[in-house]
Design a binder for this molecule. Structure first.
Ligand SMILES: NC(=O)c1ccc[n+]([C@@H]2O[C@H](COP(=O)([O-])OP(=O)(O)OC[C@H]3O[C@@H](n4cnc5c(N)ncnc54)[C@H](OP(=O)(O)O)[C@@H]3O)[C@@H](O)[C@H]2O)c1
Length: 246
């Protein structure tokens, strides 16, 4: 994806709204807007005056950069754009064609050098996840995968159960099904009982599951605040069971 500077002001405003509301985890990637997203994250943090140490920044190396030298270079480029000494969590964005041994040799070196704090993967099936665990010098921190009420392929393929058994986080991306999840009638009925929005219930349902965290995206300050407040929403066992039904 090419950079689109015309959207910068809106992105910066959203990032600043999130930082000012109290979000501490920012998820980005070298692939987003061809690196420009990382530059905008750095700019928003600078403008908001938030200390780097108070934040947890995730970035990702793209699937065509998984060779040993390419990973090292991609990480340096991300560090420069993010204007940071280290990345808190560095993920393989999705599986590529390079042997994982090569990729992990570079990731382990970057971690030993203090340039990345934690290592993780994204869009990895159970077999690739287990291979990664065997090759990584530290525990794999997370597998970032699509997970939402109507998108449960990483439950069905055993990845969620494996993460829960191994004390690894599963990071749910597209948790709001790009804004369409609010049409679900079960979410609407649970939301009514809590005077919450269906989106908030969708997020609460995810993060109440062991080892699951979620990374909703929003450019709207009201939605940004609502999504953060979803962390305080407590669903009953009966509500969780209702939403678990498929
Ligand atoms: N690892 C990967 O391969 C991968 C792939 C895709 C995405 N991701 C990550 O996951 C993040 C989120 O995924 P996503 O953007 O695909 O989908 P998403 O978070 O499920 O949906 C985003 C959409 O939901 C709307 N929305 C958010 N909060 C809302 C609320 N409270 N009420 C109503 N509408 C709301 C947003 O509109 P408004 O802006 O109007 O609020 C936006 O259009 C991305 O930013 C990215 O970092 C990772």
């Amino acid at each position: 994806m090419q950079a689109d500077p015309s959207g910068d002001a809106r992105s910066i405003a959203a990032l600043r709204a999130a930082l000012e509301a109290g979000y501490t985890h920012v998820d980005t990637a070298e692939m987003y807007a061809a690196g420009h997203a990382e530059e905008l994250v750095a700019r928003a943090i600078r403008e908001a005056g938030v200390e780097h140490e108070a934040l947890f920044i995730t970035s990702k190396v793209w699937r065509t950069h998984l060779g040993y030298a390419d990973v090292l270079k991609a990480c340096e480029n991300s560090l420069r754009r993010l204007d940071r000494e280290y990345i808190d969590l560095y993920l393989i964005h999705s599986p590529g064609d390079t042997p994982l041994t090569e990729t992990f040799r570079a990731l382990n070196e970057l971690q030993a050098a203090g340039k990345i704090r934690h290592i993780g993967v994204s869009n990895f099936d159970l077999d690739l996840l287990k291979q990664s665990q065997a090759l990584c010098a530290s525990p794999i921190a997370t597998n970032q995968v699509p997970y939402s009420l109507h998108s449960q392929s990483y439950v069905d393929n055993g990845v969620l159960a494996h993460c829960q058994a191994e004390d690894m986080l599963l990071t749910a991306y597209t948790p709001l099904e790009k804004g369409k999840i609010g049409e679900d009638s079960k979410l609407q009925s649970v939301a009514k009982a809590h005077a919450a929005s269906p989106m908030q219930v969708a997020l609460a349902w995810l993060i109440q599951q062991p080892q699951v965290i979620a990374i909703p995206m929003s450019l709207n300050p009201t939605h940004i605040a609502q999504n953060l407040a979803a962390a305080d929403l407590q669903l009953s066992d009966a509500e969780m069971s209702l939403l678990n039904e498929r």
